[in-house]
Write a protein that binds this ligand. Structure first.
Ligand SMILES: *Cc1c(COP(=O)(O)O)cnc(C)c1O
Length: 426
């Protein structure tokens, strides 16, 4: 059976042929390839075609595909069983590892996805403050649960459905939405309704409208306002955690949230998530407290083993790990800008640590509206031009690009050569 037949079967059996919308290529058109295996920086489709991968499972694979330490940890654990329904030492080690790394973190609860983590963190915030409203930012994605599926970026932006059908207005009526980096609007909202706001939730480095970093003072102002008004600050570091640095964006920018959500890198490609904060806040979580939250597979031993193997590998490589990653990201960003400029194509890049995006507009965007003003027709042509040359860029201008430890300087040069050809055709 050939690729087309498999894709037809896929579309007949699953909505859009996928388990998560962005994989369908709706943002760029065309038919997605089916992945068969990954190795280091490369992904291979079911007919053996190789792609240099800058999607990297949308963030988790910071060591590359099938890193030996991760593979071996999963193999070792699988022999002993895949799930127990009882506490394990692996969970303790994972929780302690996160607590040791993340500024101010004292206690965590392990879950199965980033969506679960943010949903649960909000529940804790509402319980602890006795308030209902949450404030989020346009273009920030916090998973697909009802109350945060408002101007959510990522797949929702790609599909042009900022709000989802099936989410009653009453659910999102408790969510206030501001522009990312707009300190003034947040300050005014607190002035008006500060006493009703349970939490501000933010991607401290936005990665679901492409990469958009915080302007100087933005995160600090969120910290000041939430403290002043007795609201909680939630950093959704599902993408940025262990990606922009070992201490996440909190460490990088020196701003500590009250609650943090993590996933992606901490699971090395296995389904995992975590949320946590001070002991006082986490005391609200069942069975200690009255905030109910549970999971049959939470803290899954395979996921814990894989994630721990990845985190320990990073930790063993020391500070140099993130420095090297950032250097390669910078090399890629600078190379893309130079080649585009030579061909007379207006582009800008936005980078924070191991996160980066290429935008077809002349200045890097500072919020969702500016991202949306980029040239998405050009992005589509660029995406397919790169794909034809064996380079897999994010299939939407609203997704971040990921470089892994496995991406070499030669890989980056290969990418820049391909980009040069593609830019010349634009
Ligand atoms: C990916 C992502 C999520 C959702 O995580 P899932 O594991 O896909 O549910 C939430 N927040 C941010 C910032 C993300 O990047």
């Amino acid at each position: 059976m050939d690729q087309d037949q498999w894709w037809a079967r896929s579309q007949s059996a699953m909505p859009g042929g996928v388990s998560s919308p962005v994989r369908s290529f709706r943002g760029v058109g065309g038919t997605p390839f089916m992945a068969a295996k990954g190795l280091g920086p490369r992904l291979f489709d079911d007919e053996g075609r190789a792609y240099l991968d800058y999607v990297m499972s949308y963030g988790p694979l910071i060591l590359g595909h099938a890193h030996p330490a991760v593979v071996s940890a999963i193999q070792t654990q699988a022999v002993h069983g895949t799930s127990f329904g009882a506490p394990t030492r692996l969970e303790v080690e994972m929780a302690e590892c996160l607590i040791a790394a993340y500024p101010g973190l004292q206690m965590v609860r392990l879950v199965n996805s980033g969506t679960e983590a943010t949903m649960s963190a909000l529940r804790v915030a509402r319980a602890a403050t006795g308030r209902s409203l949450v404030l989020k930012f346009s273009g920030c994605y916090h998973g697909h649960h009802d109350s945060l599926l408002v101007r959510a970026g990522s797949g929702a932006a790609t599909l042009g459905v900022p709000d989802s059908a099936g989410v009653p207005g009453q659910m999102t009526g408790l969510t206030l939405t501001m522009d990312f980096n707009d300190r003034q609007a947040v300050a005014e909202t607190f002035q008006r309704q500060g006493g009703e706001i349970a939490a501000v939730i933010v991607e401290p480095v936005a990665g679901n409208m492409g990469t958009v970093g915080p302007e100087p003072g933005f995160l600090e102002s969120l910290r000041e306002l939430t403290t002043k008004w007795g609201s909680l600050l939630i950093f959704d570091e599902v993408m940025s955690g262990f990606r922009v640095g070992w201490q996440g964006a909190a460490g990088r920018f020196g701003v500590e949230p009250d609650l943090v959500t993590l996933a992606k890198v901490i699971g090395a490609g296995m389904p995992v998530g975590a949320y946590g904060g001070s002991k006082a806040l986490m005391n609200w979580v069942a069975p200690l407290g009255s905030v109910y939250q549970a999971g049959t597979l939470s803290g899954n031993p395979l996921a814990m083993a894989a994630g721990l193997a990845q985190l320990r590998t990073i930790s063993a490589l020391g500070d140099g790990f993130y420095r090297d990653l950032e250097q390669r990201v910078q090399m890629l960003a600078q190379g893309l800008r130079e080649r585009a400029r030579r061909r007379g194509i207006a582009v800008s890049t936005s980078t924070v640590g191991g996160m980066m995006s290429l935008f077809f507009r002349d200045r890097p965007p500072k919020n969702f509206a500016e991202v949306q003003s980029g040239n998405d027709k050009r992005y589509r042509t660029y995406f397919h031009g790169m794909l034809r040359r064996g380079i897999f860029m994010p299939p939407s201008m609203y997704e971040t690009m990921f470089v892994s430890e496995a991406h070499t300087v030669q890989n980056i040069e290969e990418t820049l050569n391909a980009a040069d050809e593609v830019f010349s055709e634009l």
